[in-house]
Design a protein around this ligand. Structure first.
Ligand code: PHE
Length: 500
């Protein structure tokens, strides 16, 4: 190609103008199409200017090639008819068979070269009407083959008979471009230190930016470690037959986050120091989604107790329960789901639910605390469940995580009784670590919802961040979640394997 390029540039330099690149291709002994590549590339670098020359001509069809020597079909048919007595139609067909015979006969009749004589008995005979003919069609085809132009009427007729077809092509008129040179200078793509040091950047030609070029494709999406651990937790829960709860609602009313859980309205967790309350909209009217009867039962259990409880003995305020907040725990979702379970059409049925999603707390941010984090929560709702069931389910759940040694310590939650903190022995760290919190939901929470008296709920919760930090060896939570996370950490972290 380089040879062709330099031949072209030299020819142009010598002649100043190349009137037709078709001629140049011939003189260089290459197909014009090969030269076109060189022309385009020189044109793109403004070394030459190429103006289109449009060409058009008719060429013979394959069928017509045959008539060039054998004569047109009409001439062939005429020749097959003997002067004088003529020939029967069937004999003629045998002498000039096929398409050429049919077309030729029709044409010869139209030209009045032949006639049909039906006067005799039997088959009509084809006879000559003229002594001799001139094969104009054949001459026309010869003209086309020789590259001569056709009169429009002739061209149209021949096209209609599918004897010729049009052919179009382009050649170029070439002149020197603004950057004409006998040899192509390769423009630099980068400014180098050497160009700066030697000052050659002043005269160096640089390649233009190609803003249409495709960029380097981003190397796919990567799962954050929290998402990897979450999918492992999901697997464990689903293998144990748990259904996932819908946790897509970050904003909750205080009612579902606290009141439904028998958390008194003056509880310190319900202070703005611990909870993010919304200012807009500041409240969810209780008639949006809470049955008045249920609301009243919750109010009365807080104030006066019931179901074997003495209650808190304070005056419960509707307005306090309507305050919107960012949910402080996923137990808000559990309370909605348990209420739904108690009141579904067809009545109560046992259920095993889990959720893994984000919660928010107004906390001082430090190495181990964030204002938003994720909770993993599981619950089993069934008749006659005991603390033994809770311990059994926790042992099963945590052993699937690889935490086989568990210990429980009595604890307190407003909504569970008994409550237990869960500890596990870490072989890695050589000590007992708190891994979660659990308990059996109180009757003060379950009975107002309408769950049957013999139904108990065992439940537990843990953060998603804690096990993730241990698994991935991250000791500052801010390196795991939030604006300080390094993207390369996300890109490079390995797959998550629990239970090893
Ligand atoms: N909601 C508790 C928390 O936020 C976790 C928990 C869930 C405790 C279920 C007991 C039962 O820490």
């Amino acid at each position: 190609m380089a040879d062709l390029e330099s031949s072209l540039l030299q020819a142009l330099n010598a002649q100043e103008v190349i009137a037709d690149s078709g001629e140049l291709a011939k003189s260089l002994g290459v197909e014009h199409i090969v030269l076109v590549g060189t022309i385009r590339s020189l044109q793109a670098s403004e070394m030459i200017v190429a103006e289109d020359i449009d060409h058009f001509r008719y060429v013979l069809t394959e069928e017509a090639q045959g008539y060039l020597t054998a004569g047109s079909p009409e001439a062939q048919v005429f020749a097959a008819v003997p002067a004088g007595e003529g020939i029967s139609l069937s004999e003629l067909k045998a002498k000039v068979p096929g398409e050429a015979g049919d077309v030729g006969f029709k044409q010869a009749m139209q030209q009045r070269w032949l006639a049909l004589d039906k006067s005799g008995a039997g088959e009509p005979r084809v006879v000559r009407k003229v002594e001799s003919i001139e094969d104009r069609t054949q001459q026309l085809l010869a003209d086309v083959a020789a590259g001569k132009d056709l009169a429009k009427t002739d061209a149209d007729a021949a096209k209609k008979r599918k004897l010729v077809k049009p052919e179009q092509w382009k050649t170029y008129k070439l002149t020197k471009g603004p950057k004409f040179a006998l040899e192509r200078k390769k423009p630099a793509t980068d400014l180098t230190q050497e160009m700066l040091a030697k000052g050659t950047w002043r005269t160096q030609e640089f390649k233009d930016y190609n803003f249409n070029a495709l960029g380097v494709p981003p190397a796919g999406g990567q799962l954050h470690p929290l998402l990897k651990v979450r999918s492992q937790f999901r697997k464990i829960f689903t293998q144990m037959g748990f259904e996932e709860m819908p946790t897509n609602q970050y904003v909750e009313s205080s009612f579902w986050n606290f009141d439904a859980l028998f958390q008194p309205q003056q509880h310190p967790a319900r202070d703005a120091h611990d909870t993010f309350f919304l200012t807009k909209p500041a409240a969810t009217p209780s008639d949006r989604g809470v049955e008045p009867d249920y609301l009243n039962r919750v109010k009365s259990v807080h104030e006066a107790g019931g179901y074997g409880s003495a209650g808190y003995g304070y005056s419960w305020k509707l307005a306090e329960s309507e305050k919107n907040l960012l949910r402080t725990h996923t137990t808000a979702v559990s309370s909605r789901m348990l209420y739904r379970l108690a009141n579904q059409p067809g009545g109560f049925r046992p259920a095993k639910y889990f959720s893994i999603d984000r919660v928010f707390r107004n906390e001082q941010v430090d190495k181990t605390h964030l204002a938003e984090f994720h909770q993993v929560e599981g619950l089993v709702c069934d008749r006659g469940l005991t603390l033994g069931d809770l311990i059994g389910v926790l042992n099963q759940f945590f052993s699937r995580l690889g935490l086989k040694k568990l210990r429980f310590k009595p604890a307190f939650n407003p909504y569970t009784e008994p409550s237990m903190e869960i500890f596990s022995y870490s072989e890695q760290l050589g000590k007992w670590m708190e891994v979660g919190n659990s308990g059996m939901f109180r009757p003060e929470m379950l009975r107002p919802m309408g769950l049957p008296e013999d139904v108990n709920v065992i439940a537990w919760g843990l953060s998603l961040e804690r096990p993730t930090m241990i698994l991935y060896g991250i000791d500052n939570i801010r390196d795991l979640f939030g604006h300080k996370v390094s993207l390369s950490m996300v890109r490079k972290n390995p797959i998550c394997r629990l239970g090893l």
